[in-house]
Ligand binder design. Structure first.
Ligand code: FES
Length: 170
């Protein structure tokens, strides 16, 4: 009889232990979910753009931290600029798509190779340099890192750091 009780106690002990272990794992998972950033926050931090899909003189507009991002693959007849992102033999202009005057979104006019801002008539060339005021400065280049043909926005790679040190990003 005593043996039978002991067996039952052992079983109860093990069952309780298993429940506690499962509960513990569940609690850890719940805590991890609480501490992890929300997917939207993660997405807002970094944006990866595959430049292999870009077509010459066709503006791609992506989004990074709620801002429009201009990606323009340059054609051979567009003037090279130290602000270009160079991948292999291709050159790209990448910038935050907000006019540096008062923040309107300029439109890209492909036949003229210009960004034109409808708000007060400002214009930028295909490298984001000011062609016509009132914008006080070029389109801003966001922090980026090159990974193969991909661009990770929000990370500072050596190419961005070089531009930053040379005062070319804004
Ligand atoms: Fe672009 Fe004023 S906001 S010219």
């Amino acid at each position: 009889m005593q043996e039978e009780n002991k067996g039952r106690r052992d079983f109860m002990g093990m069952a309780l232990g298993a429940c506690a272990a499962v509960g513990g794992v569940g609690a850890l998972y719940a805590m991890k979910r609480t501490w992890d950033p929300l997917p939207s926050v993660k997405a807002a931090g970094f944006t990866t753009i595959d430049l292999a899909t870009a077509k010459p003189n066709e503006l791609m507009v992506e989004k990074w931290r709620g801002k429009p991002i201009f990606v323009l693959k340059k054609t051979a007849d567009m003037k090279p600029n130290d602000r270009d992102i160079v991948i292999g033999s291709d050159r790209f202009h990448v910038s935050i798509g907000l006019c540096t005057h008062l923040g309107c979104i300029p439109a890209y006019v492909g036949v003229e190779h210009k960004f034109k801002c409808a708000c007060h008539g400002g214009q930028f060339d295909a490298s984001g340099e000011v062609l016509k005021t009132p914008p006080p400065s070029p389109l801003v280049i966001p922090p980026f890192k090159i990974e193969g043909t991909k661009l990770v926005l929000g990370e500072t790679g050596p190419e961005y750091q070089k531009m930053l040190d040379a005062g070319l990003t804004a």
